[in-house]
Ligand binder design. Structure first.
Ligand SMILES: Nc1ncnc2c1ncn2[C@@H]1O[C@H](COP(=O)(O)OP(=O)(O)OP(=O)(O)O)[C@@H](O)[C@H]1O
Length: 247
């Protein structure tokens, strides 16, 4: 279980997070929505220990992340925006990245076998293993990124805008794949996105970040019927409403 309590972060005079509290149960898939610049990425970076919060605590199963960062990173999987593959490494080396070095290091043949198995899990055959990322389509690159995210069988997986840059059909395929992989692994997932189709495909719970705080948090089934005007405006993509659109 991940618990975030009173998280605050400013950059200079700009207060981005003004007391964010959230709880994600084990095996739950939480999607964080919110407009551009509301601090979704900053929130994710705080959880990952890439940004140090000014105040507040983040614990995983009761242990503070800040004190055990290395240990937690080993149990976390991440799919970054744009897949963020290493161009100079082959597909299997990308997938097996954490199995080829560091504390999870395994013999090369074993690491490759795991990579091929994870590639199969995301619908890619062994013929893709020795290609380079540049030889793949955007959708295939996302699959490789997903295979890499699950390579070490993480208990918590983070998805940062997983469908950015994909056409709606490929986005649907990736959403469905994320959903099935996360459920099958029993992993806890935190996704940040502004793609409402991702929200509907992936979320058990939804949290909306606005003005540095969690504006609304609830089950996906309640999202459409909430009376919160901010959520309503956001999920329907309305120009008019309490959220000021910068034109
Ligand atoms: N390292 C940093 N230094 C200074 N300001 C930062 C830094 N990181 C983020 N910010 C600021 O924090 C605010 C929130 O940024 P963040 O990237 O978290 O937004 P976001 O909700 O993820 O937006 P988007 O949906 O557009 O990706 C922005 O105003 C951004 O300029």
């Amino acid at each position: 279980m991940i618990e975030i309590e009173g998280l605050q972060k400013s950059f200079g005079a700009k207060q981005v997070l003004r007391g964010v509290s959230l709880r994600v149960d084990r095996g739950e898939s939480l999607v964080v929505i919110g407009g551009s610049g509301t601090g979704k990425s900053v929130l994710l970076k705080c959880i990952l220990g890439l940004v140090r919060p000014d105040a507040g605590t983040i614990t995983v199963n009761g242990a503070p992340v800040a004190a055990h960062r290395e240990a937690f990173l080993g149990r976390f999987g991440m799919l970054f925006q744009g897949a963020a593959l290493f161009d100079s490494l082959t597909v299997w080396q990308n997938v097996a990245f954490r199995l080829l070095r560091g504390p999870e290091r395994r013999p090369k043949a074993e690491a490759r076998a795991v990579a091929v198995e994870k590639l199969a899990r995301v619908g890619l055959g062994p013929e893709v293993a020795d290609l380079f990322p540049a030889e793949l389509s955007g959708g295939m690159q996302k699959r490789v990124g997903l295979a890499r995210a699950i390579a070490t069988d993480p208990t918590v997986i983070f998805f940062d805008e997983p469908t950015t840059g994909l056409d709606p059909i490929m986005a649907g395929v990736i959403n469905a794949l994320i959903n099935s992989v996360v459920r099958e692994m029993g992993a806890t997932a935190i996704t940040i996105t502004h793609d409402m189709s991702s929200v509907r495909a992936i979320a058990d719970k939804v949290a909306m970040l606005h003005a540095g705080k969690i504006r609304w948090h609830g089950p996906i089934a309640d999202m459409d019927s909430t009376s919160d005007p901010y959520v309503h405006q956001f999920i329907h993509g309305l120009a008019e409403g309490p959220i000021a659109a910068v034109r």
